[in-house]
Ligand binder design. Structure first.
Ligand SMILES: [Zn+2]
Length: 401
C-alpha cells in the first residue's frame, strides 16, 4: 500500500478521530468499571467493518481484521486513573474537548488516544483494502492502571491469543519504545514480644527492629544496579505499620510495604532474597517476606488473582519488530524517530516479560501527560499514530523476508 495514500486518508480522518477520543474521555472508565466504554468501542469497531468483534471473560474487547498467518496485536488499555485533586484541573476531566489542535481530558494521553487511533486505523485498513498474509487483533484491555498485564495474562492463558508481535499504544510521543523496567510489591512483617510499657526491657520492640531494617533498605537502594538502557532498580519503603496489646505496651508486630522497580536482570526471586538478606544482616529472627496477590473483580464479575509481580522486558534495537516499526515510520513520515523506553510500566510486563512475545511501543501523546491534571494529546499525533497502525502489519510481514 502506498504510504502517501495512508497518510492522506489518516489526515482526512483527523477530526473524526479527535472527536471519538473526546467521546471516549467523556465515558468515565476507571479500572474495573469499563463496561460502557467497551460497548462504545465495540459499536465503533463494528461500524468500521472489523471482521469480528468480541469481549473476553475479563471484559477486554478484541476486534479482528484479516485472517492471515502472521498475528499482530495492537493494544490499548481503556481504563484510566481518577482525576486526583480536582482543583488542579481547569476544566471537567471527564468531559472530553477538542480545542487548539489538542484533545483534552483524563485519558487523552494515557491512553484512550491510542484506542481512538486504533479504531481509525482499522477503518482505513477496510476502506483502503490494506491486506496481506496477516491477522490484526486490536485489543482494548481492562484494569491496566490497577494491575498491569493482568488483562493480557487472561488473553494469553484463557483466550489462547498468541500474537507474533504486539504494538503497545501507550504514549511515546510517536517515538519507538522497546522496553521498560519491571516492578513488584512486597510486604515484610517482623515479630517482637510485647511487654508492659513501664518495663520495656522485658519485651522485644518490633518497631525498633523494623526501623533498623528500613534504614538498611535505604542503603540497599543505593547498591542496586542495572544496565545502561533501562537503568538501575530501586526500592522504596512506602508504608509502615505496627501493632501490640495497647499504646502503652511494647509492640509485638511491625510491617512495611515496599515498592520495588526491577532492572534488566532483577527477578522476583532476587528481590525477595535481597530483602531476606537485609533481615538476616540485622539479625532479625522472626520475619516474613511476601508478594501480595491482586484479586479485585473485573466489571464482568470475574476475579483472576495474580501476584503483584510485573517483570522487566526489553527487546534489542535490531529486533525484527523494532526494524519493522522503523521502516513504517520512514515510509510514512520520512524519518525514523527516537528509539527509547518508557519510564512507567505497561501491559508489556505480561506480553513480553512473562510470555516472551516481542512488544514495541508506539503511541500518541506524551508520557509526562499520564496521570497529570489538564491532560492532553495533539490531534496530529492521533492521525499519525493511526497511519502507523495501518502500515505496521505489512511492514512486519515484509521484515520476515
Ligand atoms: Zn497507561
Amino acid at each position: 500500500m502506498d504510504p502517501v495514500k495512508i497518510m492522506k486518508a489518516a489526515e482526512r480522518g483527523a477530526e473524526t478521530t479527535a472527536r471519538l477520543l473526546a467521546d471516549l474521555i467523556s465515558i468515565r472508565s476507571l479500572s474495573g468499571d469499563e463496561r460502557t466504554v467497551v460497548e462504545r468501542i465495540g459499536s465503533e469497531m463494528s461500524d468500521a467493518g472489523f471482521d469480528e468483534v468480541r469481549v473476553d471473560g475479563l471484559g477486554s474487547i478484541i476486534g479482528r481484521i484479516g485472517s492471515g498467518k502472521t498475528v499482530i496485536a495492537i493494544d490499548a488499555h481503556i481504563d484510566t486513573v481518577g482525576e486526583g485533586n480536582r482543583a488542579l484541573w481547569s476544566f471537567d476531566p471527564f468531559k472530553g474537548q477538542v480545542r487548539d489542535g489538542k484533545v483534552w481530558g483524563r485519558g487523552a494521553a494515557d491512553q484512550k488516544g491510542g484506542m481512538a487511533a486504533m479504531i481509525a486505523a482499522g477503518r482505513m485498513m477496510k476502506e483502503l483494502h490494506i491486506e496481506d498474509d496477516f491477522t490484526v487483533l486490536f485489543t482494548g484491555t481492562v484494569m491496566e492502571e490497577d494491575c498491569d498485564g493482568l488483562c493480557w495474562q487472561h488473553l494469553i492463558k484463557e483466550e489462547g491469543l498468541k500474537p507474533d508481535v504486539c504494538i503497545i499504544t501507550e504514549p511515546t510521543g510517536l517515538n519507538i519504545y522497546r522496553g521498560h523496567r519491571g516492578r513488584m510489591e512486597m510486604e515484610l512483617a517482623v515479630a517482637g514480644r510485647s511487654a508492659h510499657g513501664s518495663a520495656p526491657e522485658r519485651g522485644d520492640n518490633a518497631i525498633y527492629k523494623m526501623a533498623r531494617v528500613a534504614l538498611e533498605i535505604e542503603r540497599l537502594n543505593s547498591r542496586l544496579t542495572g544496565d545502561d538502557f533501562l537503568g538501575k532498580g530501586t526500592i522504596v519503603v512506602s508504608e509502615i505499620g505496627s501493632s501490640g496489646p495497647s499504646q502503652c505496651a511494647v509492640p509485638d508486630a511491625a510491617r512495611i510495604y515496599i515498592d520495588r522497580r526491577l532492572a534488566l536482570e532483577d527477578t522476583k526471586e532476587l528481590a525477595v532474597a535481597q530483602l531476606q538478606a537485609v533481615c538476616e544482616l540485622e539479625k532479625i529472627a522472626d520475619f516474613k517476606v511476601s508478594v501480595p496477590v491482586y484479586k479485585n473483580a473485573a466489571y464482568s464479575g470475574k476475579i483472576y488473582p495474580t501476584e503483584k509481580y510485573y517483570p522487566t522486558w526489553s527487546i534489542s534495537e535490531d529486533h525484527r519488530a523494532v526494524r519493522a516499526a522503523g521502516s513504517a515510520c520512514r515510509e510514512l513520515f520520512g524519518a525514523v524517530p527516537r528509539i527509547d523506553k518508557w519510564t512507567f510500566s505497561t501491559n508489556g510486563v505480561a506480553i513480553c516479560g512473562m510470555h516472551k512475545i516481542p512488544c514495541v511501543g508506539f503511541g500518541p501523546g506524551f508520557e509526562e501527560q499520564a496521570h497529570a491534571p489538564d491532560e492532553w494529546t495533539p490531534v496530529e499525533h492521533l492521525w499519525k499514530a493511526a497511519a502507523f497502525y495501518a502500515a505496521f502489519p505489512a511492514a512486519f510481514v515484509r521484515s520476515k523476508q
